[in-house]
Design a protein around this ligand. Structure first.
Ligand SMILES: Nc1ncnc2c1ncn2[C@@H]1O[C@H](COP(=O)(O)OP(=O)(O)O)[C@@H](O)[C@H]1O
Ligand SMILES: [Mg+2]
Length: 319
């Protein structure tokens, strides 16, 4: 799942709180910082020096592992962010923490969630296009992940509609759009909703920094039934932001209940592996045409394996 929305709306804060909450309920949780401004580690209570190795700086290593011996992928350099898994690819599981992706790129944070990061946008990045290639590590990770019930990957995304630059926004079972009760907050929602609707991407609005019933009524009027729940403006979050020690137990009961509503909503969402697989192919073909064929000198459409089925393997009992 992902938290998206306007810059400053509370994506990072809610990603961290939700990740802590889901872990406290026994979930296996990986939180992924995919924002240009990398603050998720801090929001999860990590010291700067304890952050994991950035995935965005080790793309070749990640591709080398994931491609396994998939014969359709000739080399790591022919593997682009949208290259889907096929037979021979290595798939990832949250319950088997011993694969080299999780063991080399994830660290465990104080309240339980594991953290992975794309890494910061740095001086060497030649413009925002380079940042998008770092975020490609997240797209590859999600495409190769076989997740099940009680397992949560929480992605803290870049602001606003930047996410549409790739297929990344279609990789989630549920997208929570964080909106403050303002016209701007609601504006981002409308833009996202229209785009998401074309791809059957489920979204729900999470009101944030709400002060009282007037704010809730405003959001209800503007977004209707898409409004799932609201978090109140929180003294505990403010105190955390001021550097005071914070754990989930410090959160106001109403806000903790709201996190519970998010978890329930997510658990109620059936995973649509068919959509997941179809859109992996769709965005890969688009990407191949737009630049990747030219960049690699190969016809990357051939990387799509028609015999590969996304989702958990069905073990045949009859042998
Ligand atoms: N419910 C809340 N109550 C109080 N402050 C909040 C709340 N949600 C977010 N904030 C504060 O708002 C600011 C922006 O939040 P942040 O999560 O960094 O936004 P984003 O990631 O969307 O840019 C931060 O200072 C954060 O502490
Ligand atoms: Mg943020």
């Amino acid at each position: 799942m992902a938290f998206v929305g306007k810059g400053g709306s509370g994506k990072t804060t809610l990603s961290a709180l939700f990740a802590r909450y889901a872990a406290s309920r026994g979930g296996s949780v990986v939180a992924v910082d995919a924002d240009i401004n990398q603050h998720l580690g801090m929001a999860l209570g990590m010291e700067d020096g304890a952050l994991p190795r950035p995935m965005g700086s080790h793309l070749t290593e990640i591709k080398e592992y994931l491609r396994g011996d998939n014969p359709r992928i000739s080399s790591a350099s022919a593997m682009v962010k949208t290259t889907p898994p096929g037979r021979g690819s290595r798939l990832l599981h949250l319950d088997e923490g011993d694969d080299p992706i999780h063991s080399r790129f994830a660290v465990t944070t104080p309240e339980g969630p594991r953290l992975m990061v794309t890494g910061p946008f740095d001086e060497d990045d030649l413009g925002v296009a380079c940042y998008h290639s770092k975020v490609g590590a997240v797209e590859l990770y999600l495409n190769h992940l076989i997740d099940g019930a009680g397992e949560y990957v929480v992605v803290d995304m870049t602001a606003g509609a930047d996410s549409f630059a790739s297929g990344l926004f279609t990789r989630f079972d549920m997208t929570f759009l964080v909106a403050e009760p303002t016209r701007q907050g609601v504006g981002v929602y409308r833009q996202y909703r229209d785009y998401a609707a074309d791809y059957g991407v489920p979204i729900a609005v999470v009101g944030n920094k709400v002060h009282g019933p007037g704010d809730v009524a405003f959001l209800r009027d503007e977004v209707g039934d898409d409004l799932l729940v609201c978090l109140e403006h929180s003294a505990a979050i403010r105190a955390m932001e001021q550097g005071r020690p914070f754990t989930l137990r410090d959160l106001e009961p109403a806000n903790a209940l709201a996190l519970g509503r998010l978890l329930d909503r997510l658990d109620a969402q059936e995973k649509d592996w068919a959509r997941f697989g179809d859109q992996a192919a769709l965005f890969h073909l688009r990407n191949a045409k737009a630049w990747a064929n030219r960049a690699t000198g190969e016809d990357l459409a051939a990387q799509i394996d028609p015999g590969f089925v996304f989702g958990p393997t069905r073990v045949s009992l009859s042998g």
